[in-house]
Design a protein around this ligand. Structure first.
Ligand code: WT7
Length: 642
């Protein structure tokens, strides 16, 4: 069975695309008719990019969880909504039908309410990939609280910053999380994050690893005890809070070119519509298919394509707790075989890392259930694309290369599986409702084909970022001020002779390491926190598996070679430790080169362009270095390259 708004052939794609650009309000209001509303809208779209102000479906009332759960109960009550595969393949998997998931979400909504959580309150969620994470997210949405999920790899300091920025009063966490061989003590990280915090009132802790945790009277509560109380009262339903179309649904922090992550805010109606529409169309989901997105719910991909998009479409979504390489590098293939997965959506990094293990781990697993493959998060190189196509899709599964961002909420540029053509390393064509344009440095539109430029979007799609939490001005300067009246993505792109887009990577000081966005300024700030670091400069360099690696040039007090703190290797480890504490292990530099100075202009600005070239292995064409304060430093840095 397909969906009323499903694009089923290429002519329809072109027709729908044209309609969506000519009259977006008409186009999206027709699609919105297929959702459940408590009250209909009076104005479909009202916008200007100068403030920015973006309002979709103004006047409408809804709750996204009624669309993700309640409306499916009658037809799909016994259909699996969520399949959960644990980290350890010997542990039993869990299946939550739509009815079961509905009940669990309702129960936890009561728990939230009983503990004082109200509409508009911020709830920070810091958990491993267990069903309770999905339940907590949906329960927040049901009571109208704004969730802020923080990825389990972030440090206590990062959590503390995010808690403060969002003024969050509640936390939902686990004792610990399993990831491969590791057992990560999440609650203890939360305890560290809460030292000195006077805002958080309650911390709800679910048990997973049963690692010892400290539970503070009056603040910390066991999830299981709180659920018991609700069960005793026999509460199985929870009336969904009536939300305004434009009420915030969640905050998700992401890195930019400044040192401080931004709280990207998405709102209820537009986000719901666009994630559902893109899920159904990009992956060409058919009722009954099993969709496996390997992302973590701590990132936007997990929010949109493990949870909200699939559940709103009444799909079966598979959530995996572990990592692709444990107990062996055949884990994804084992899961696909075990559950007869139809759609696999993963990151180029994962594909490249699995490629490195050869075909051994692929053999012996039946992958014939696969129909569609997807990639996300970073440019996919042709070699990885072909390996994915040949060895996983057996040349019979279309690959969708989906380009989007935390700020866009859903996929903006991608082929539609089996409907529009694919081209290796090209995201290809925009989704209906998405109007990309390329501009040069001066903001002048680059027209025609076979051209490249900075990628911007001309008009709002339903899940456009609405604001950056607590600082609307920042949203404006970051995304809507570089080029007046355009949303600037921060990415460079080229458009080929067919009008297909290829995303070439960030044009700002943002790195993409294993599909994770990290700001160079953030990493520099963290490195500079080390007591003996005088200054540092961080750039990206091509990395075979991660896509980009982090290369840090560091000036260490009193020269690293002659000091009392041990060898250069020991000092590198100290710096790693510092970065892990300040940001998290994901931001640890891959290479640290000690230098006596950095290439600076006379006005003191670091010439990153030169450092980037050196890190990339370029020794000759470094460009004009005559304007440097001390051109001699370049020679030293070149000679010391790692
Ligand atoms: C940045 C957004 C989108 C969810 C995961 C990452 C890069 C994303 C692609 C792609 C080339 C891609 C861009 C973008 N990116 N998808 N298919 N091809 N690059 O979300 O952390 O917000 O990062 O990821 O550079 O700006 P994010």
């Amino acid at each position: 069975m397909s969906y009323p708004y499903q694009i089923t052939n290429i002519e329809q794609y072109h027709r729908d695309y044209k309609r969506s650009i000519e009259d977006p309000a008409e186009f999206w209001s027709t699609i919105a008719e297929h959702f459940t509303w408590k009250k209909k809208w009076h104005t479909t779209l009202n916008w200007n990019f100068s403030e920015p102000k973006i309002e979709w479906f103004k006047g409408a009332k809804l709750n996204i969880t009624e669309n993700c759960l309640d409306r499916h109960l009658e037809k799909f009550g016994d259909t699996p909504a969520l399949i959960w595969e644990p980290n350890d393949p010997d542990e039993h998997h869990r299946i939550l039908t739509y009815r079961k998931l509905y009940e669990k979400v309702c129960q936890f909504s009561h728990v939230l309410k009983n503990n004082g959580v109200k509409k508009g309150d911020r709830v920070c969620i810091y958990m491993g990939m267990i069903p309770e994470l999905a339940i907590a997210v949906l329960a927040c949405a049901r009571v109208g609280a704004i969730h802020s999920v923080v990825f389990g790899g972030f440090s206590a300091q990062s959590i503390a910053d995010r808690l403060y920025d969002a003024q969050a009063e509640y936390i939902v966490t686990c004792d610990g999380a399993y990831r491969g061989q590791k057992d990560i003590p999440l609650k203890s990280v939360i305890d560290d994050a809460l030292i000195g915090n006077r805002i958080v009132k309650k911390v709800i802790v679910t048990t997973r690893t049963r690692t010892p945790v400290s539970m503070i009277k009056g603040r910390d509560l066991w999830w299981e005890d709180e659920i018991k109380k609700v069960e005793t009262l026999g509460l199985t339903d929870f009336p969904a809070e009536e939300m305004d179309a434009e009420d915030p649904l969640f905050i998700l922090y992401t890195s930019g070119s400044t040192g401080k992550p931004k709280g990207v805010v998405h709102s209820c109606a537009g986000y719901m519509l666009f994630t559902t529409y893109t899920f159904v169309n990009v992956f060409q989901y058919q009722q009954g298919d099993i969709h496996f997105c390997t992302a973590d719910i701590g990132w936007i991909t997990g929010h949109s394509y493990i949870l909200y998009g699939p559940l709103s479409a009444g799909a079966t979504t598979l959530m995996f707790e572990g990592v692709p390489t444990w107990p062996d590098a055949g884990r994804f293939w084992n899961i696909i075989d075990k559950f007869k997965v139809n759609i696999l959506y993963t990151a180029p990094t994962a594909i490249r890392s699995l490629m490195g293990f050869g075909l051994g781990p692929v053999h012996g697993h039946d992958l014939s259930s696969l129909k569609v493959l997807g990639t996300v998060g970073e440019p996919i190189n042709e070699e990885a694309w072909h390996w994915y196509d040949e060895h996983i899709g057996k040349k019979k599964c279309p690959i969708v290369d989906t380009w989007w961002q935390t700020e866009t909420g859903g996929i903006l540029i991608s082929n539609l599986a089996g409907i529009t053509p694919s081209k290796p390393s090209f995201a290809t064509l925009p989704l209906p409702g998405v109007h990309p344009i390329l501009v040069d440095e001066n903001g002048k539109e680059v027209e025609g084909n076979n051209v490249s430029g900075n990628l911007c979007i001309k008009s709002p799609w339903p899940s456009t970022i609405r604001t950056t939490y607590g600082d609307h001005e920042r949203c404006k300067t970051n995304y809507f001020a570089t080029y007046p009246n355009l949303y600037f993505t921060g990415d460079g792109a080229l458009r080929d002779e067919n009008g297909f887009y290829r995303i070439t990577g960030r044009v700002d000081d943002v790195l993409n390491v294993s599909g994770h966005r990290i700001g160079t300024a953030e990493v520099e700030n963290a490195i500079n926190m080390h007591a003996n670091v005088v200054e540092s400069a961080v750039v990206g360099y091509p990395h075979d598996i991660k896509g980009q690696g982090i290369y840090a040039f560091v000036i260490y007090q009193g020269s690293h070679a002659q000091n009392t703190h041990g060898t250069a290797e020991m000092i590198r480890k100290d710096i790693h430790q510092t970065v892990s504490r300040i940001i998290g292990a994901i931001a640890k530099p891959d290479k640290i080169q000690f230098v006596s100075g950095l290439p600076k202009t006379r006005s003191g600005k670091i010439m990153r362009r030169i450092l980037r070239k050196i890190a990339e292995g370029e020794t000759e064409n470094l460009g004009d270095i005559s304007t440097l304060l001390d051109p001699g430093v370049v020679e030293e840095i070149k000679n010391g390259k790692l």
